[in-house]
Ligand binder design. Structure first.
Ligand code: PEP
Length: 267
């Protein structure tokens, strides 16, 4: 992590927790992360729980995210939810291009880009996911695949440096307990940072790049100390407030140590 960017810890609940248990979990997250003022904390419940969870988070520092959205503003799209509908219930963020949506729901790079544009236009902050499959990694294609995914949307998020976040999530690490090594993750994060720098210094300095894939209290310290890892997108470990808040606590601790080791220069 780098002190120029506030750490961001986001929980992707996937298809877990309805409104009743979601309100409980969100309230526990708000309480257990309240003291971590250097860290931005986000939770992404399923659509059906968003309204009640938004209420439960009122007055807390925890921000609300959706897990997906349709790019159009309204119309005949049965089963879909529009950007304006998410804004209306208090979503500040939306996760886009998650590998489960790419693999199971056929979302191409072009579809992800269309959604990213719709989110940016609506004023919802996208967390855009990229990452290679095990096959692609074993073929030595990791950097090419992630570059291709990035290139589909980088120019779209360049309009507002720092507004969007990018999550590097190696598909083989999601929900498997097989976490990327710090070196494997940092290599890809550094490539993403260099791609952002090619657009301009503000993009590189302000855009948070999260790691996702079996991130937990056990491995967070090593990963979050890498210079280009600015936080985490967490699935399994976000379903227990205690585990999730321990990762946020780790981010808070590292952010504090960075400030002490590199104090701000006063003139
Ligand atoms: C995710 O689905 O975004 C994710 C990172 O899941 P997990 O933490 O369970 O690997």
């Amino acid at each position: 992590m780098n002190q120029a960017r506030r750490p961001l810890i986001a929980g992707n609940w996937k298809m877990n927790h309805g409104a009743a248990s979601g309100v409980q979990l969100a309230s526990d997250v708000a309480r257990t992360t309240a003291a971590f003022g250097s860290v931005d904390v986000v939770v992404a419940p399923p659509f059906s729980a968003l309204w009640k969870v938004a209420d439960a988070l009122q007055g807390s520092r925890v921000e609300l995210s959706a897990q997906n959205m349709h790019p159009k503003a309204s119309g005949a799209f049965t089963g879909e939810v529009a950007p304006g509908m998410l804004l209306e219930i208090g979503c500040k963020w939306v996760i886009l291009g998650h590998s489960e949506r790419r693999a199971m729901f056929g979302e191409s790079d072009a579809v992800v880009a269309e959604k990213v544009k719709a989110a940016m236009d609506a004023g919802i902050r996208p967390i855009v996911c990229v990452g290679e499959t095990l096959d692609e990694r074993e073929r030595g294609d990791t950097l090419n695949v992630v570059k291709r995914q990035l290139n589909a949307f980088l120019s779209i998020i360049a309009d507002k440096p720092g507004f969007a976040a990018i999550a590097y999530e190696p598909v083989w690490a999601i929900g498997t307990g097989k976490v990327a090594t710090t070196a494997e993750a940092q290599e890809v994060h550094a490539m993403i940072r260099a791609s952002l720098a090619a657009i301009g210094p503000a993009m590189a300095e302000k855009t948070r790049i999260l790691y996702g894939g079996s991130l937990s209290p056990k491995n967070a310290d090593g990963l979050l100390r890498e210079p280009d890892i600015d936080g985490g997108l967490i699935g399994g470990a976000s379903l227990k407030a205690e585990d999730f808040s321990k990762v946020a606590e780790t981010a808070q601790k590292i952010a504090g140590q960075r400030l002490v080791s590199r104090p701000l220069v006063s003139s």
